[in-house]
Design a protein around this ligand. Sequence first.
Ligand SMILES: NC(=O)c1ccc[n+]([C@@H]2O[C@H](COP(=O)([O-])OP(=O)(O)OC[C@H]3O[C@@H](n4cnc5c(N)ncnc54)[C@H](O)[C@@H]3O)[C@@H](O)[C@H]2O)c1
Length: 439
Amino acid sequence: MSISKERLLQRIREGEARVGVVGLGYVGLPLAVEFARSGLTCTGIDVDPRKVSAIERGESYIPDVPSADVQALRAAGRLSATTDFSVVAELDTINICVPTPLRKTKDPDMSYIVSAVEKIAAHLRPGMLVILESTTYPGTTEELVRPMLEAGGLKAGTDFFLAFSPERVDPGNPTFNTHNVPKVVGGVGAESTELASLLYGAAIETIVPVSSPQAAEMVKLLENTFRAVNIGLVNEVAIMCQKLGLDTWEVIDAAATKPFGFMPFYPGPGIGGHCIPLDPHYLSWKLKTLNFYSKFIELAAEINGSMPEHVVKKVGDILNDDGKAVRGSRVLVLGVAYKRDTNDVRESPALDVIKLLAERGAKILFHDPAIESLRVEDGAAYKRSPLTARILASADCVVIVTDHSSYDYEWVLRYARRVLDTRNATRGVKTHAERIARL
Ligand SMILES: NC(=O)c1ccc[n+]([C@@H]2O[C@H](COP(=O)([O-])OP(=O)(O)OC[C@H]3O[C@@H](n4cnc5c(N)ncnc54)[C@H](O)[C@@H]3O)[C@@H](O)[C@H]2O)c1
C-alpha cells in the first residue's frame, strides 16, 4: 500500500479528511451538506458568487436542502463556501459536480469540466483524491480528466487518486436522497476505488464499486437512457390509445398490477430537467465516434421532443370543440417546472408548450407555486399570474403541465371551463369530469 493512500485512508476513517465539492448546484450542495453532516469538514467551491454568499449567510437555494441545516453546519464549522480555487491546496478530496450541458448541435459541452479540472490541476498534490460526478460520456475520466491532472507529473492511481461516481439525486423525491441512494464508484485502479468508496461510505448508506471509471460512467447513461426510452414508448402508447379511443391511464394502471416483468412509466407533455433530455445524447455522441448509431436513443428523443406539439394540438382541438380559435384564446398553463414539486425550469416542456401556443396567437398566462418569471427560447418573458377563481374562469383552456402537489385540483375544476391534464393530476377529482381532457 502506498504511503499517500494509507495517509488518506486514515484521515477519512478518523473524520479528519478535508473534503471539497466543486459546483454547488442541485447535485453539489446536497452532497456537501451530507459530507458535513457525517462529521467531515467540507468546503464548497463555485464560480457563482451569489451561491457562495448564500451558503456563507446560511441560506439554501436548493429546495431539498433546508436552510436550517446549512446554518447548523456552518455554525459547527463544518461547511463553508468560496469562489477561490486556491483552497484546493488544503483539501484531501474533491468531488466535481459542474454542469454538463449539450451544445446546440447536441454534442457534449465539456467546457465546465475542463475549466474546473484546470483549476484543480494547478493545486494538485500527492495523496489527493479527485472524483468526477458530472454525468458524461464513457471515457471522460480516463481520456479527458486524467491527462489534465497528470500533466504536472503526478500519476493517477499511485501518486494521487481518481474516480468517477455518478450522481443519482432525484430533486423533490421525499423518500430517496443523497444519503440513502446507493452510490456507484469506479476508480482508476483498485486503490482509487477503495478510497472513493471509503469517502462516500462516511456519508452514504450503500456503496457499489465497479471495475473502472468507464463502467461507472456507463451505469449512469444506462439508467437515464432506460428512462428516456421507456418514457418515449409510453408517450407513443398515449398517442396510440388516443387513436383507439382508450384511456391511457386506465391501461397503464391495469398493466402495473402485473407483479413481474412490467414497470409503469407515464406519458406527459415532454421531458425536461438537466438529465433525461440530455444525458442519452452523451452516449450516442460517444458511440458516433466509434461509427455506431444508437437507434433507441434517437427514436426516444424524437417522440419525447414531439410531445409539446401534441399538447398544443390537443389544446387546439379543445378550443375547436368550443367554437374557438387558438389565436386570441386565453390559455392558462398550470405548473412550468419540469417536474412536480421542484422549482427547476431547465429544459421544461412547459417552455415549448408556451412558445408554440404563443406562436399560434394564444394569450398565455402561467402559474407555478415556485417560479415567478419565465423566459422562453424566443426570448419572450412571462410573469407569474395570480391563481384566483376569476383568472381560472377567464381562461378558455387551462393546461396542467406540471402536477405540483400543492394545487387543489378540485378547486381548479370548480372554476376552470376546460382543462387539458397532461399528467393525470386530476385523477381523484370527482366533479366536473366533463371539463377534463387527458393526454
Ligand atoms: N439536477 C439533477 O437532478 C442531476 C441528477 C443527476 C446528475 N446530475 C448531473 O450533475 C451535474 C451537475 O448538475 P446540477 O443539476 O447540480 O447543475 P447546477 O447547474 O445546479 O450546478 C452546477 C454548479 O456548478 C457551478 N459551476 C459551473 N462551472 C464551474 C466551475 N468551473 N467551477 C466551479 N463551479 C462551477 C455553477 O455555478 C453551479 O452552481 C451535471 O453533470 C448533471 O448532469 C444532475
